[in-house]
Design a protein around this ligand. Sequence first.
Ligand code: GAL
Length: 844
Amino acid sequence: MASKEILLLVLCWGFVVLATTSFGANVTYDHRAVVIGGKRRVLISGSIHYPRSTPEMWPDLIQKSKDGGLDVIETYVFWNLHEPVRNQYNFEGRYDLVKFVKLVAEAGLYAHLRIGPYVCAEWNFGGFPLWLHFIPGIQFRTDNEPFKAEMQRFTAKIVDMMKQEKLYASQGGPIILSQIENEYGNIDSAYGAAGKSYIKWAAGMALSLDTGVPWVMCQQSDAPDPIINTCNGFYCDQFTPNSNNKPKMWTENWSGWFLSFGGAVPYRPVEDLAFAVARFFQRGGTFQNYYMYHGGTNFDRTSGGPFISTSYDYDAPLDEYGLIRQPKWGHLKDLHKAIKLCEAALVATDPTYPSLGPNLEATVYKTGSGLCSAFLANIGTNSDVTVKFNGNSYLLPAWSVSILPDCKNVVFNTAKINSVTLVPSFSRQSLQVAADSSDAIGSGWSYINEPVGISKDDAFTKPGLLEQINTTADQSDYLWYSLSTNIKADEPLLEDGSKTVLHVQSLGHALHAFINGKLVGSGYGSSSNAKVTVDFPIALAPGKNTFDLLSLTVGLQNYGAFYEKTGAGITGPVQLKGSGNGTNIDLSSQQWTYQTGLKGEELNFPSGSSTQWDSKSTLPKLQPLTTFDAPAGSEPVAIDFTGMGKGEAWVNGQSIGRYWPTYVSQNGGCTDSCNYRGAYSSNKCLKNCGKPSQSLYHVPRSWLKSSGNTLVLFEEIGGDPTKISFVTKQLGSSLCSHVTDSHPLPVDMWGSDSKIQRKPGPVLSLECPNPNQVISSIKFASFGTPLGTCGSFSRGRCSSARSLSVVRQACVGSKSCSIGVSVNTFGDPCKGVMKSLAVEASCT
Ligand code: GAL
């Protein structure tokens, strides 16, 4: 034993010599490890963005991350939240970064702080505050003095804050890494030489802040030493850092993909995600981060895009509401344990690659001190292959990696899920309107009509059509373009009568057109093309006509070179076209009157406190307000906005985000069971086609009182608020598992004595999701060749007659149970056939 330790120490010393740089006392690196306090580590990390949940949710999210096997929590820092007005900071509530990092530390986890301050992140304007755009002479993300000064000021502010709280690992805190910039290498060619010097400057600036822990730049192959260049993507096994002294790090492994209004819901099968992670560590990875581990919610007007939805669920291991997503969470947890069983060998040596054959790869980490861990991969997409390795046979399913912590026994295969599947369930209830509410169509709703056109004192008139973002500074989604113009009675256009067409071209993102106070039509762009061009048939009268065009943004651009220059709004032309006689009046350069935002925003209607709410007359099904009781219990709550059009919603004055249930995704391209074999891409696995992209909107529990809650909606299109309902989400009472007789043993049963742990064979384990539940019934059990998936299992041609009774006996009445998946337990219903055990159970 003693001699092993000495050998290991000698090896470590060798790597320390290799490293060119060491930072503060505690965190260093070399090409095989991140070294924390002298300990060589491979690290599993997950992104949780603090403002996408609430401080009340943070401890639970962090604990579930820890339980899932994470070592590190990664978050961006969101400049536009913290400094909404230049030099006025906000670190309260959901923006309390220090509290978040401290909670990470309290849970015993490390933090990776991605300061950016450009973050992308499907976040409004990529995280930059709007005032930055208005600094004279500014150019974002390039060698530009005004920009660099502001970027440095904010970055230094955050670093100082962390230092003051002693949050860097070099000070004994949890932060082991920080990031500067974000994926600049993806777009830097557009900035030419100035981009190159900007990155050098950013590196030097970051280093000068002296955090005592390493800095990283992601997707930046020319990141200057000692900054570590890291990889983002669905796979990063082929990535190599730009120096032999740097560890191979993966800052964004996309656990799914983001959702856009108008899009279908993306998901990423866990077999593929686990495959990508295992391949990364197989090929020398040292740090891997799930982007996202918890995606959460884009509350308020924080979503970017344009057209990013309010949900940022991301198909992450923790769902939008913070519930574990099974089997994703559990399968990755098993994977993390398997990788950790290899950690000592992984950090101690370079691998060798004994040849296995085409599309196959064996990787061996063998140290002089007798440690040996191996990965066996089948990267073929079609055939399962049996390979010979070190004299033993291993069956490798297509597109899978087996992990052998001792170079002999398989503890985990990425395609073989031991974890349970839980199908979440939703309980629906209608809005319990408080008894004292007045009775607009018996609903308890009250409303105020938002005036069409100019209604605020700060409106102004200018010739021509203005770009929207430069006009509103994003103070609101809404900008009115209003014009009152005389149409002469002998105007040839009028000859056409009702055939006149209003032609409007807008850079986006959506618009509603009113003529003489009446809505004549709406149009909106999409996430792939924000522009809107509309031709509405209209009827004009001789004399004065008013044109009120409400233009709106749906989240500002967050990605791309020069993205801050992407405009929005009605930049024209705006024309009246007589369809028959070819006449055309161009209104573009007339004197337009502009109003940023709505009257209701100015009067702070979102708080619900105004005395002007009208509840007496018939509900116009527009702009409503009501008070309601919260659904009982502690389960996560969502509002189902089906029946409404588009707008924004506030609960007790807190914005729960934009809602848009009428934006439906395309009909084609979805599949409920996507083949995980083969390279994943963001549109490979989609669900929910032909349905609203998002109908459920998260209302954090902590924003609700048990009764007397106020819900305020601003509804643009019109909808029926009486159709709104509440949904609570819980982990279903039904749980399933399906384990074959060729599955590895559960990773928890890995023992130091490999001979003992080989004996029992695969095991199917069930555990009720909630602590006070027991398994109450077995809905299905079959050992043989069962078919189908959770919720629709059926017996195959072969099934042991004892299946149900054995499983019942082992499980009913217990909180958890484990059953050997073998003929020893069930007898052999069909000799010579590969068998499996499928179970569906209920917990109460
Ligand atoms: C990356 C970016 C992230 C996020 C992600 C997609 O390119 O760094 O911030 O936008 O794409 O979800």
